[in-house]
Design a protein around this ligand. Structure first.
Ligand SMILES: Nc1ncnc2c1ncn2[C@@H]1O[C@H](COP(=O)(O)OP(=O)(O)O)[C@@H](O)[C@H]1O
Ligand SMILES: C[C@H](O)[C@H](O)[C@@H](O)C(=O)COP(=O)(O)O
Ligand SMILES: [Mg+2]
Length: 472
């Protein structure tokens, strides 16, 4: 039996359970189980089917043994900001409502009437996304105060999945920072902030950093699987794990390219200056208390929705190929307009935007995809300009990680648009970073730089440079 660790990475569009181990100075990953993740409608809200996700995790764990692995540890990472509340009997009081639900519309503005945007940013350093946990909780406080009074435990999505595995209730640091309720300097829950908004402070749990072990499986799960393993906290915010795995650091801006595009740089300190606030950058927590100075860009969510609009008759690779042929189509949209966060029909919303802005309306799948990819590249360029203005430095390289790194057309487009060298991969950076944190916790990897050197040796990366225009 091959000893291994298990990385569970659940993004907004897909989840995967990957077995990983070190062999001949390399990290070896083997995908054991992959499953779809998507929003469901429940009680008039968009939610995550968290019970199904836990069932998929258990299926993956069972398949691990069947495939000849002997797991020593498991770590779970997912998307940020979303949570569940448990009552005094540790039963779910709330559904796992998704950040794309419209319940937080207008909440951010109401919070600003109590706490200035500037103070919120200076204390937390977190970007203003209307779906941040702070605004989700403010919605509950305003519309269902009795439920908040009943809540005894606040667990973010990975925290809750860890609770189902171990019975332990903790909040992990990197994901906790995405709530906009953690002080960027103390790295603790900002109780003063919560009290000012009428959010009960007692339900929040101890914040533990990545690489912490929270024990082993509950006895009933050991009986079910036939083995036990240690449950270790990676950076449970998936982007935190992805950034840990960025192999290229020198003079490099990363783009964690999945459902979202998260574009930024790793720091040793938070940057909460006015310009960072104005440009809406965030300082999410990283491994070893580093900071992820980045911003959210709407990302490949847009092509995921377009793919759905075309009844999944085209693959992502086919959309990229079709887009690459539309060399004379140049209409663009502002991908970061809230209208693209959860439109009824993404394709129609893109067409309406082009009509409203007197641009050629994309009709074919290729034109729609070209419009999405061109518009994403423009948004990346804008974010890079802002990063370089704040850092007062020109970055030479862009490392695209995540599933989006498999979009060769987009990788080339980013190189052509920015003029910078684009390094693409690893596509499973999040799972790799999750694995790296576990291996560090198990003292199999010394530290972050060792992890990144190991990752660089272990996974194929592809480089793109700006295409020289053919004269004539
Ligand atoms: N072969 C491919 N060609 C082009 N794009 C791809 C390919 N495979 C995956 N993608 C892109 O990667 C995205 C999924 O990336 P991933 O990191 O798995 O997302 P998440 O973690 O948010 O679920 C898809 O939406 C798609 O746009
Ligand atoms: C809502 C958050 O901004 C979102 O979770 C983002 O931080 C993120 O991590 C998205 O990861 P995907 O893998 O779903 O793109
Ligand atoms: Mg992901």
């Amino acid at each position: 039996m091959q000893k291994c660790s298990l990385a569970v990475d659940i993004g907004a569009s897909s989840g995967r359970l990957i077995a990983g181990y070190l062999q001949n100075g390399k990290m070896i990953l083997e995908e054991v189980h992959r499953f779809e993740n998507k929003l469901i409608e429940k009680n008039n809200h968009f939610c995550w089917d968290i019970k199904r996700l836990f069932t998929e995790i258990k299926t993956g764990i069972r398949k691990t043994k069947e495939q000849g692995f002997s797991p020593e540890s498991i770590g779970i990472d997912t998307w940020a900001v979303d949570f569940v509340l448990l009552d005094e009997n540790d039963e779910m009081l709330t559904d796992a409502v998704a950040y794309r639900d419209s319940r937080t519309d207008g909440m951010m503005e109401e919070v600003f009437s109590k706490i200035s945007k500037e103070r919120l940013y200076l204390e937390t350093g977190i970007q203003f996304q209307k779906f941040n946990t702070i605004y989700q909780l403010y919605y509950l406080k305003k519309n269902n105060p009795e439920l908040l009074k009943e809540a005894k435990t606040f667990l973010m999505i990975p925290d809750y999945l860890n609770y189902l595995l171990t019975g332990k209730k903790v909040n992990e640091y990197t994901n906790a920072t995405s709530t906009q309720l953690v002080n960027a300097f103390t790295k603790k829950w900002d109780n003063e902030l919560m009290k000012q908004l009428g959010i009960p402070t007692e339900m929040f749990q101890e914040i533990l950093p990545p690489k912490s072990s929270i024990g082993t499986l509950k006895p009933d799960l050991v009986d079910e699987f036939g083995f036990d393993m240690e449950v270790i906290l990676p950076a449970t915010h998936d982007t935190g794990s992805a950034v840990l795995a960025v192999p290229e650091q020198e003079d490099t801006i990363y783009i964690s390219s999945g459902t979202w595009s998260l574009i930024g740089v790793e720091n040793r300190f938070p940057i909460c200056v006015t310009k960072a606030l104005d440009y809406n950058f965030t300082n999410e927590g990283g491994v070893n208390y580093r900071y992820r100075f980045l911003k959210n860009i709407m990302g490949l969510w847009m092509i995921q929705e377009v793919k759905r609009n075309f009844n999944d008759q085209y693959s992502f690779a086919e959309f990229a190929e079709m887009a690459d042929k539309e060399i004379d189509f140049h209409s663009q949209v502002n991908v970061d307009d809230d209208r693209f966060l959860k439109p009824q029909n993404m394709t129609k919303e893109i067409q309406l935007y082009c009509k409203e802005t007197n641009q050629r309306i994309p009709e074919s799948p290729g034109e729609i995809a070209k419009c999405v990819f061109d518009s994403l590249a423009i948004s990346y360029q804008s974010a890079i300009d802002q990063i370089e203005e704040i850092y007062e430095k020109d970055f030479q390289k862009i490392n695209v990680i995540g599933g989006g790194s498999k979009n060769e057309m987009l990788n080339q487009l980013i190189a052509d648009t920015t003029g910078k060298e684009v390094i693409a991969g690893p596509s499973e950076a999040t799972a790799i970073g999750n694995m790296a944190a576990q291996l560090m916790a198990l003292n199999k990897i010394d530290d972050i730089e060792d992890a990144r050197n190991l990752i660089k040796k272990s996974f194929d990366l592809k480089t793109y440079t700006k295409k020289q225009k053919v004269e004539g």
